[in-house]
Design a protein around this ligand. Structure first.
Ligand code: FA5
Length: 345
């Protein structure tokens, strides 16, 4: 038998079979067919017995070379299939940049934030500076320095969440008045607002929340008067509720202001005639205010014979409820997206 011719024929046949391979598993089939234990190479090696001893090395070498060539072709075929697989995957994953994009739903600014921003925009334009104060506050600032000494009956007006004997969650933003005046050192005029969260042990119902927002305002200088307070509040009312609002000041009581007033705005719904929103009165209460009490000025380092001040504290939820006819304060805090969406700016 001409081994060389047999091997050449075998290689040609294997080459054809390997070239035709299209799937990975076919590689193993072809390999087993030609190089496996029952394949033609095994048969050829059996002939080794009849080859003269001196020709055995050459015989073995020739067979082995043919085998290596086939293994090499199989490796090349494997590489070809791997590359084809990668290419197919890439083709499948091609991004069509002309496809329309996915639309992401944009959130909205919460209505309370919008109200605060509206008031801030207006008052910053009038020369006010925005200040911040801690929500965990000392009794000294929340009460004492605001002319509410220990055992003062007015402390009951604002049932508090105490954290320790002398620390509580602030019940109003008024402590920022004291903190700012102390920071200013009793010599500079003050013109600030402070929006922020406050906390009271009120039972939650349609008009009360244990956590709500206020915007504090404070102006201190040598000439401030009640007329300035009224003008400022009128400006706020017109900005929030539309031009043509009227305001009225009613005598009230706050320990930290004297005189103290509660402020009503003429109803934006009925223009003062009386409707369900203003409960037939033509007026809607929006805030507390007054001239800063001399005791507060003194406790905060300002000479009350020289300086005068006015202050106001707006309930933000109350404002928003009145402006938009919202009848339950809890709507602000349940995070119902359908409610929030209605106030997309
Ligand atoms: C005060 O908190 C004073 N610090 C306001 C003030 C500042 C007066 C500066 C004078 C000078 P009052 O307790 O009335 O005042 O609260 C102010 C506003 O907060 C109220 O008009 C009301 O709109 C709102 N408010 C009070 N309690 C609650 C509550 N539980 N839930 C929601 N809003 C409330």
């Amino acid at each position: 038998m001409d081994v060389k011719a047999t091997l050449d024929a075998l290689k040609r046949e294997a080459k054809e079979a390997i070239t035709a391979i299209e799937k990975m598993h076919e590689l193993n089939d072809v390999k087993a067919k030609y190089l496996g234990k029952k394949g033609p190479f095994a048969d050829i090696m059996k002939l080794m017995r009849d080859v003269p001893n001196d020709e055995k090395p050459l015989f073995g070498k020739t067979v082995n070379e043919a085998k290596q060539v086939i293994l090499q072709w199989l490796d090349e075929a494997r590489e070809r299939l791997v590359q084809a697989q990668i290419q197919a995957q890439l083709d499948k994953e091609t991004i069509d940049v002309t496809l329309p994009g996915k639309k992401f739903e944009l959130g909205t600014t919460h209505l309370l934030t919008q109200m605060v921003e509206d008031v801030e925009d207006l008052l910053i334009g009038m020369g006010y500076q925005v200040m911040e104060g801690p929500e965990v506050e000392q009794e000294e600032y929340n009460f004492e320095k605001l002319n509410l000494p220990q055992d003062h009956p007015a402390r009951d007006m604002q049932d508090s969440f105490y954290i320790s004997d002398s620390t509580l969650l602030r019940t109003h933003t008024s402590p920022v008045q004291v903190r700012t005046m102390l920071q200013y050192g009793g010599t500079k005029p003050v013109k600030i607002i402070c929006p922020g969260k406050v906390y009271r042990r009120d039972d939650d119902d349609a008009t009360h929340s244990h956590q709500f927002m206020q915007i504090e305002g404070l102006v201190v200088d040598e000439h401030t008067s009640m007329a300035d307070l009224k003008g400022t509040l009128l400006e706020i009312a017109n900005t929030l509720f539309g031009e043509g609002r009227d305001i009225r000041l009613r005598p009230s009581y706050f320990p930290f202001t004297e005189p103290s007033v509660e402020v009503d705005v003429s109803c934006h719904n009925c223009n003062g005639k009386g409707c369900h929103i203003c409960k037939g009165t033509g007026w809607i209460e929006i805030l507390g205010a007054g001239m800063v009490h001399n005791n507060v000025l003194e406790a905060s380092g300002y000479d009350s014979t020289k300086y005068r001040g006015f202050a106001f504290g707006i309930g933000v939820e109350r404002l928003a409820m009145l402006k938009y006819g919202i009848n339950d304060i809890r709507m602000f805090y349940t995070n119902d997206i359908r409610f929030n969406r209605q106030f997309k700016k």
